[in-house]
Design a protein around this ligand. Structure first.
Ligand code: COA
Length: 379
């Protein structure tokens, strides 16, 4: 085996077919089951997008109504899950809470060991409905606040915000949150989705695959980047009384210094997109609406300053995490809840891939090139 046979990071390797989504880096486009993601973000609820990802088609009004009824009936935090969360330290990372909660939900699911297509879809829908309560309760317990029960009169996004903050969010805020969920839902063979497919390929169960995917998503080179973006903003200094121009100037100076020190700045760059992330314009639009809603122009200054300095120095474009981080911050989420929100969105894509992998399964087991010591013997 020669060096050219080794594809470090599997870069450029096409590992399988998928009909769930298509990423086209040349045209900066992303299609979910054939539909451009920005069209879905413009007009579809997250519930509709979830059904599209799972079944391949947008739902009929009856299918949507059935799913909404199911989702609203399964939103409450199960007392067993709450008890498991309460056992975890308040200073552990919320991704650890999310990972543990999914594992416990799997242990408790009556169809845990049933991998028929019907059972898989049922488990995917259950996780979709159950996970927001995990994120919402975790943020509240860290703030010494009590659990807020879900409201069946609110849609998924409005209820997620309600359970987190205990008050009804403004329609613009609900909509920006919905847009972020649609954009985060699916992205082909990214690291966490591939992890879920690897686990499924051994014929393990759906909750094990999602639990493993959460572990992969936690890393700052993947989902953790949206939190890291906010840490950058905080390091530069968020000054609500500053003008957009002043903030941009400080952000530019920070970026120039960071790049001179050869730092990797989170929220920029992408393994697949080299000319810009297809999801960024839509998410940036949602961020701009939040900037206007909360009257925080200086946050846009920080955003622009970093982006411009990176463009001038290295022509590296922002990825989805870049506008998503400040959007969630403005809504009031704690920074380390950003990646758990990403879990709630990506549960849809992960489970669609799990079902696809199972339907066309081949065990995923690559080879390695050995570069350790030569054979030797115990004397
Ligand atoms: N900040 C500074 N430089 C960056 C960079 C960033 N965010 N992303 C890439 N680069 C530079 C690399 O240092 C490298 O420069 P070099 O050729 O001088 O060594 C070059 O661009 C190529 O980057 P590379 O890391 O090989 O690209 P990749 O395809 O392996 O990595 C990422 C893609 C996403 C891992 C990488 O861009 C990154 O670490 N980004 C920050 C994390 C992030 O935002 N992740 C979320 C992804 S959605």
């Amino acid at each position: 085996m020669s060096d050219k046979d080794v594809r470090k990071g599997l870069a450029g390797v096409v590992a399988d077919y998928t009909a769930v989504s298509k990423v086209n880096p040349d045209s900066n486009s992303l299609l979910y089951r054939g539909y451009p993601v920005q069209e879905l973000a413009a007009s579809k609820s997250f519930e509709e997008v979830a059904l599209l990802l799972w079944s391949g088609e947008l739902p009929t009004p009856e299918e949507l109504a059935d799913f909404e009824t199911f989702e609203r009936a399964n939103r409450s935090l199960d007392p067993m899950i709450k008890a498991a969360i309460d056992l975890l330290p308040l200073d552990c990372h919320p991704m650890d809470v999310g990972r543990t909660a999914v594992s416990v939900l799997g242990a408790a699911h009556p169809l845990a060991e049933d991998s028929s297509p019907e059972a898989e879809l049922n488990k995917a829908k259950s996780l979709f409905a159950q996970f927001p309560a995990v994120v919402a309760y975790d943020q509240r317990r860290r703030r010494s606040l009590a659990l807020v029960e879900p409201r069946a009169d609110l849609d998924y996004s409005a209820n997620f915000l309600w359970m987190t903050f205990g008050e009804e969010a403004a329609p613009e805020v609900v909509d920006a949150f919905r847009v972020s969920m649609v954009l985060y839902a699916e992205h082909s063979f990214n690291a966490s989705t591939f992890t879920a497919r690897v686990v499924t390929s051994t014929l393990s169960d759906l909750h094990s695959a999602v639990t493993a995917a959460i572990g992969a998503l936690k890393g700052p080179l993947h989902g953790g980047a949206n939190e890291a973006v906010m840490h950058t903003f905080t390091e530069i200094g968020i000054r609500a009384d500053e003008s957009r121009e002043e903030a941009a100037a400080r952000a530019k100076a920070w970026m120039e210094e960071a790049l001179a020190a050869k730092k990797k700045v989170m929220g920029f760059g992408h393994r697949v997109y080299k000319h810009g992330d297809s999801r960024v314009p839509t998410m940036k639009g949602a961020l701009e609406k939040m900037i206007a809603h909360y009257n925080r122009p200086e946050m846009m200054g920080l955003y622009d300053g970093l982006e411009q300095a990176m463009e001038e120095a290295k022509q590296i474009k922002p990825n989805l995490d870049y506008p998503a981080g400040p959007t969630y911050h403005l809504m009031g989420f704690d920074t380390d809840m950003f990646t758990p929100i990403f879990i709630a969105a990506r549960i849809t894509g992960w489970t669609a891939h799990i079902m696809e992998q199972r339907a066309t399964n081949a065990l995923i087991r690559p080879l390695s090139a050995y570069n350790g010591v030569d054979e030797r013997h115990v004397s």
